[in-house]
Design a protein around this ligand. Structure first.
Ligand SMILES: [Cu+2]
Length: 129
């Protein structure tokens, strides 16, 4: 009985060590990318009320790795046509979103974290060709 309570206390006190490389948010959205798919990294910065760049173009069948950075306050990024694709990020804490572009067309992305009066027009476009 005594042993059990020591064990229980140990479990309560134990916390996994924080590993700094796990702090960046990495989110995969859309379908899985096949092994060996070409990767295109794009840096996108966000501030009230715009993404920069706001228009992007990538070749079809590319794994797009968005490196998202906020410069003034917390913002979000989501691709409208992809369910649950929202990721939020704050200044100093960038986020990475991976999207395998296996359909040609235009994909609208927008801010998904309310950031002020102009939030609704904070949008951009990804063209997959
Ligand atoms: Cu916003």
């Amino acid at each position: 009985m005594k042993y059990a309570s020591v064990l229980l206390l140990g479990l309560l006190l134990w916390a996994p060590p924080a590993r700094p490389e796990e702090k960046a948010v990495v989110k995969k959205i859309g379908g899985p990318a096949p092994a060996g798919a070409p990767v295109k990294e794009v840096q996108v910065s966000a501030k009230k009320y715009e993404f920069s760049p706001a228009t992007l173009e990538v070749p079809l069948n590319t794994l797009v790795r968005f490196q998202l950075q906020a410069t003034d306050k917390e913002h979000g990024f989501e691709i409208k046509s992809i369910k649950d694709s929202c990721v939020k990020f704050k200044p100093g804490a960038p986020a990475t979103v991976e999207f395998y572009a296996d359909k040609a067309g235009e994909f609208e992305f927008s801010c998904c974290k309310f950031c002020g009066m102009g939030h609704g027009r904070m949008k951009g476009k990804l063209a997959v060709k």
